[in-house]
Write a protein that binds this ligand. Structure first.
Ligand code: DI6
Ligand code: FE
Length: 397
């Protein structure tokens, strides 16, 4: 297939958009075989079936590398509670918050969880997402954690999208283990990780390292099992306070450390040394009305790649718009539109350990977005507007 007359945003390197004004992309099956200027199309591709993109902007497709799209119910009433004065931590300590979603997720049938998740996934797809990460963590018992991960795998069968799963058993302490977090880790979290891995349901292992969740020693026990099983790790770190999660993630060579509002310059240096991506989640920052900004300038100074994701979840980020996420990253975190686009493409891929996508280069997956836009900065600039013209998944429109 030859896509011609495209204004290509290659993102070949991290310093520029890598624009090709009058470009073409040749695909071979699911991969990009060649890209370049229309004037330079090799003879081998001249007779391929053509699709004229009429001068539209083409970028790598968007990747949402941190989501919790599988969950039961919603938390609109908690939203209302917080607007009546309760803080996120108040709500969590009062047995609301994550735990109320755990009850709803345990009670939901697998087909209902899938149908609900697909409504959110469809919103992501409508803005050009071709790959998502999906976490467990609202079951906190073996049966429900496995159910969530099976639903995550089903998403990839129900839609043209790739799904990477993360086991997030260490997300919260369930009510039946209240005040016994260590027993929960030993009796439930670790055995469930082993069972989920045995069923082929786990691509990475995540945790919530926070005062209201698990400390670094508890997360380290889960990460040790991940290492034993050969699974990469990632971590919710330094979201509400600094308790050393970022340095722990770096120590384990994590794919990403996520949220990181309270990370320090030294934490950024540790991420750089371990090659760990910093995933910033402006939807949670916005929803929680956080005021501590992630240390974006430190990440830049140390050369830490920054990924960007919706963190779609019912409590702290009921967000299913990657484009709004990019706008928030620019407006709230002062990231540049180029950094925002890299964060939703190349750096999101890196945060998932996927080296075959996120940039327009020969050999990469042909996951592309075609936008009704003249310049890539428009994607992050506009608010509540979707200029997606077409989404190409593995070479197919
Ligand atoms: N950090 C978050 O912001 C979400 N999970 C996490 O580890 C919140 C999840 C929820 O409130 O349901
Ligand atoms: Fe999260």
């Amino acid at each position: 297939m030859l896509f011609t007359n495209a204004h290509i945003v290659t993102l070949q390197n991290n310093d520029s958009y890598g624009l090709i004004a009058e470009g073409a992309i040749a695909t071979d099956g699911a991969q990009i075989a060649w890209f370049g200027a229309v004037a330079d199309i090799p003879d081998a591709y001249r007779d391929a079936p053509k699709k004229d993109l009429e001068g539209r902007l083409v970028t790598p497709a968007l990747i949402d590398c941190h989501t919790h799209v599988v969950f039961g119910g919603n938390r609109a009433t908690e939203f209302e509670l917080r607007l009546n004065g309760a803080t996120y931590e108040d709500v969590a300590r009062a047995g609301g918050g994550i735990i109320s979603t755990v009850s709803a997720t345990r009670a939901a049938a697998q087909n209902v969880l899938l149908a609900d998740a697909l409504t959110r996934v469809d919103a992501l797809i409508a803005e050009g997402v071709t790959c998502i990460e999906v976490k467990s963590g609202y079951g906190l018992d073996q049966e429900t954690e496995l159910k969530m991960l099976r639903v995550a795998r089903e998403i990839a069968k129900a839609r043209t999208i790739n799904v990477r799963t993360s086991f997030l058993g260490a997300h919260a302490v369930p009510p039946e283990y209240a005040s016994r977090p260590d027993a929960y880790i030993d009796d439930v979290c670790i055995p469930t990780l082993r069972a989920a891995h045995a069923e082929g349901l786990v691509d990475a292992v995540d945790g919530f390292c926070e005062g209201i969740a698990f400390d670094t020693a508890q997360i380290a026990r889960v990460f040790d099992v991940a290492q034993e099983l050969g699974l990469p790790v990632k971590l919710h770190a330094e979201q509400l306070s600094n308790i050393g999660g970022t340095r722990l993630a770096a120590k384990y060579g994590a794919l990403s450390a996520d949220h990181v509002e309270y990370a320090t310059d030294a934490d950024a240096a540790a991420l750089a040394a371990s090659g760990t991506v910093a995933t910033v989640l402006p939807g949670a920052f916005y929803t929680l009305r956080e005021t501590q900004m992630p240390p974006i300038q430190s990440f830049r100074n140390h050369g830490v790649p920054m990924a960007l994701a919706t963190d779609c979840n019912p409590g702290s980020s009921p967000l299913t718009s990657p484009l709004l996420t990019m706008n928030m990253a620019c407006t709230l975190f002062r990231m540049t539109p180029l950094e925002a686009l890299l964060g939703m493409t190349a750096h999101a891929a890196q945060a998932l350990g996927l080296e075959d996508r996120g940039r327009i280069i020969a050999g990469a997956r042909a996951d592309l977005c075609v936008w009704d836009a003249a310049h890539p900065a428009e994607l992050a600039y506009r608010i509540g507007f979707n200029p997606l013209h077409a989404r190409i998944f593995g070479g197919s429109l």
